[in-house]
Design a protein around this ligand. Structure first.
Ligand code: SF4
Length: 220
C-alpha cells in the first residue's frame, strides 16, 4: 500500500471536511443510539434531504423503541410514507421494537436486525458509539476505487481491510462523515476533480490526460 498517498488522503479529507461538513439532526454528537439508528435505517436508498424532512416529526412521534412498540405497522408506515419503502421499513422497525428492549451496541449484533445490512450496522455503531470501524457503500467504493485505483481490491473482505487501514486513529466518526460529504459534493458520479484536494495523487484523475470536471468541461 502506498502509505504516502494514504496519509495525504487522510489528512486532506479531514481538512476538507472542516469547511464542508453537512449538518443534519442525526449528526448531533448527543444523538442516542436509537436516534442514529433510525436515521441510518431511513437513509438507505434515500437522499439525506428527504430524510431530513421526515426525521424530526418521526422522532417526536416515536422518541424510543418503546414508542414504536406501542404503535402499529400501519401508523409507522403513514409516518414515513414520503421516504418510500414505507411498508418494508415499518414492518422491520416494528419487528425490531417487538423483539428488542434496546438496540444492540455491537455492530455484528446490529447486523442481525431485520433489513439491516453491514453499512447501516457499521454507520450506526460509528456515529452513535464512536466505534472505530470503516463504512463502505457504493459512494465510498466510488471514492476509493478512483483515488486508489491501482490498489483497491475486488473482494469485499479485502476492501473492508483496506478501508479499516485508512481510518485515522481515534477519528473514525469524523473521517467517515467526511467521506459521505465528499462523495456527495466532490467525488460525485460526475466528479468535480478540478476542485478536489486529491487531484494531485488520485489515480483516476492522474490516469486521464487532462481530467474531466463535473461541469462537463475539460480542465487543466
Ligand atoms: S480527483 Fe476527481 S476522481 Fe479523484 S477523488 Fe477527487 S473528485 Fe474524485
Amino acid at each position: 500500500m502506498d502509505e504516502s498517498r494514504v496519509e495525504r488522503f487522510r489528512v486532506g479529507i479531514l481538512e476538507w471536511s472542516e469547511d464542508n461538513v453537512r449538518r443534519y439532526p442525526w449528526r448531533d454528537p448527543e444523538s442516542s443510539l436509537y436516534e442514529v439508528f433510525v436515521a441510518e435505517f431511513f437513509l438507505t436508498q434515500t437522499p439525506a434531504e428527504n430524510v431530513a424532512q421526515v426525521y424530526p416529526k418521526f422522532l417526536s412521534q416515536y422518541p424510543s423503541l418503546e414508542a414504536v412498540r406501542r404503535s402499529d405497522v400501519a401508523s409507522l408506515a403513514d409516518a414515513i410514507e414520503p421516504l418510500g419503502f414505507q411498508n418494508i421499513r415499518s414492518e422491520a422497525l416494528f419487528t425490531i421494537a417487538s423483539e428488542y428492549d434496546s438496540l444492540p451496541t455491537d455492530p455484528t449484533d446490529l447486523r442481525e436486525l431485520p433489513r439491516v445490512g453491514e453499512y447501516v450496522a457499521n454507520a450506526t455503531a460509528c456515529f452513535a458509539l464512536d466505534a472505530q470501524i470503516p463504512i463502505l457503500d457504493r459512494n465510498v467504493d466510488r471514492i476509493y476505487s478512483r483515488v486508489f485505483a491501482d490498489e483497491w481490491p475486488e473482494s469485499p473482505s479485502e476492501q473492508t481491510e483496506f478501508a479499516a487501514h485508512l481510518l485515522p486513529e481515534g477519528e473514525a466518526r469524523k473521517y467517515n462523515l467526511a467521506l459521505l460529504d465528499f462523495a456527495a459534493a466532490i467525488c460525485t458520479p460526475e466528479p468535480r476533480c478540478s476542485e478536489c484536494f486529491a487531484n494531485e495523487f488520485c489515480m483516476y484523475y492522474q490516469s486521464t490526460s487532462a481530467g474531466v470536471d463535473g461541469s462537463g468541461e475539460w480542465s487543466e
